[in-house]
Write a protein that binds this ligand. Sequence first.
Ligand SMILES: NC(=O)c1ccc[n+]([C@@H]2O[C@H](COP(=O)([O-])OP(=O)(O)OC[C@H]3O[C@@H](n4cnc5c(N)ncnc54)[C@H](OP(=O)(O)O)[C@@H]3O)[C@@H](O)[C@H]2O)c1
Length: 314
Amino acid sequence: MKAIAYQKFGNTDVLQTVEEPKPVIRANEVLVKVKAVSINPMDWKIRKGEMKLMSGSTFPRHTGVDFAGVIEDTGAAVTNFKKGDEIFGVVKNNMKDGALAEYVAVPVTNVWKKPANISFAQAASIPIVGAAAVTALEKMGNINAKSHILVNGATGGFGMFLLQLLKQKKANVTAVASTKAVDLAKKWGADTVVDYTTENVLALQKNYDIIIDLSGKLGYTNARQIMKPKSLFLNPTPRPIEIPTSLFKNLFTGKKHLVMLSQASSKNMEVLLNAVSKGLQIEVSKVFPFTQSMEAYQYAERGGVIGKVAIEIN
Ligand SMILES: NC(=O)c1ccc[n+]([C@@H]2O[C@H](COP(=O)([O-])OP(=O)(O)OC[C@H]3O[C@@H](n4cnc5c(N)ncnc54)[C@H](OP(=O)(O)O)[C@@H]3O)[C@@H](O)[C@H]2O)c1
């Protein structure tokens, strides 16, 4: 089968199309004919060697954590899926494995039934950023119409899910996005949209109960200026040093800093599938064919993407 692999850390030019044997499944695994893979920033952070502490440095490596496809074969212990089922899922080890290939083998606990009314590219866009949005919502605690929440970097994959989940909670949401994404941010549930290309959210004289920084460009030190005395800064893009220091910092201030890490699980996929059944929209703004995988990553890594970018495999 064809797969995308790389032999050293680097830019998109390290990505190569290679010929490999079809994976062999274990008793608790399913073999999936991959139809689509969505791109996440973690794909390129790993590929560039920025997450070596967690990813290790062995080669060859594969890429693409989120996928959707059709079950081709099931292991002897698998009872809840059968050949032909349409599913979406995540690879076994998101720091080492990749689904950007004709086939992928994963534990059956890593796949979920694809809703019939969404495409493979949309389904492949759910797990990583969807799970992150559900986790963010949990970390925010009890929120309601009186909660003023700022989502910085609101119209990428993570923001797309988060805005719509916050809307369901009726929170008062300010989204920070670029000009071309302003209308979609409103459609996804933002009450106010700040265009970061023309306005500085720090200068707007408004304070928030919760700030989540999805761009990683605001930062806790800046955000403190616009946080209420008792408030929360949620950080899904921590620098390694922020993980141990966050607890210590919180002892001396009501403006709490919380690092968040999420994982796709059946519990959070259930929340997302329920939201999709109620009309949550999944915007895949650009789809590339498998033969243009390198171009797909170049496109995504340039920024300016609304929602998700996906790669389709025939
Ligand atoms: N901790 C976790 O568990 C977890 C899970 C999933 C993702 N993440 C991380 O969360 C981050 C967001 O993920 P994503 O998939 O949504 O990434 P993304 O699609 O690249 O979204 C990032 C957003 O930030 C916006 N942005 C860029 N510069 C900005 C600025 N100066 N001010 C405000 N917004 C700005 C971008 O808008 P434009 O492109 O229009 O400029 C884009 O909409 C990534 O770093 C990812 O690795 C963490």
